[in-house]
Design a protein around this ligand. Structure first.
Ligand code: URA
Length: 209
């Protein structure tokens, strides 16, 4: 079964409260999402493998550790996922970034892929798929389908806020994808917004309405 990890670090929770606040303007919202993405990246990279190397300090030669060179990829779901990319790159600057664009077909209400650009070695990379909100799960499920169709084998999903409905749908559709969240909220409303949530993440990030 996939694991659902809730990052309850005090700094993440504190910043998330300000992100939720309707009085937080676009500039501050964007900065806070960036900071929380960095903090979440710190948590999500805890288990990256290390290898021993020799380093010469000003005092003597010593054995020390560096990352074992695991290749990572960050895949934002357009458009709100973009708001989390730089925060992750702050910690993992060598990661490659792919993009997946989806829209909801007005007739079927199903997500439809309109743009996909991924690193060519996507099948060898450990991927972090990002979107600030896991609401119905439709976009995240389709994005994982899209990645798997192109050879991805190792995928994790990271978001700020999830609804129980989205977590359930995602874990049923992709039991091999672990989910990393900052908060699990109450429910979805009739328009598909997460309650209490933060409103429309894309609009709040980009100042659109
Ligand atoms: N997408 C958002 O941006 N907000 C929600 O509450 C649900 C989906």
């Amino acid at each position: 079964m996939p694991k659902v990890h809730v990052f309850d670090h005090p700094l993440i929770q504190h910043k998330l409260t300000h992100i939720r606040d309707v009085n937080t303007g676009t500039k501050e919202f964007r900065e806070l999402v960036d900071e929380v993405a960095t903090l979440m990246a710190y948590e999500i990279t805890r288990e990256l493998p290390l290898m021993e190397v020799e380093v010469e300090t000003p005092v003597k030669k010593a054995n020390s550790k560096v990352l074992a060179g695991k290749k990572l990829g960050i895949i934002p779901i357009l458009r709100a996922g973009i708001g989390m990319v730089d925060g992750i790159l702050n910690l993992i600057p060598a990661a490659r970034v792919g993009h997946i664009g989806l829209y909801r077909d007005p007739a079927t209400l199903q997500p439809v892929e309109y743009y996909v650009k991924l690193p060519s070695d996507v099948s060898e990379r450990e991927l972090i798929l990002v979107d600030p909100m896991l609401a119905t799960g439709g976009s995240a499920i389709e994005a994982v389908n899209s990645l798997k169709k192109r050879g991805a084998k190792n995928i994790r999903f990271m978001c700020l806020i999830a609804a129980p409905e989205g977590v359930q749908a995602m874990t049923e559709a992709h039991p091999d994808v672990d989910i990393y969240i900052a908060a699990l909220d109450e429910k979805l409303d009739e328009k598909g917004y997460i309650v209490p949530g933060l409103g429309d993440a894309g609009d709040r990030l980009f100042g659109t309405k």
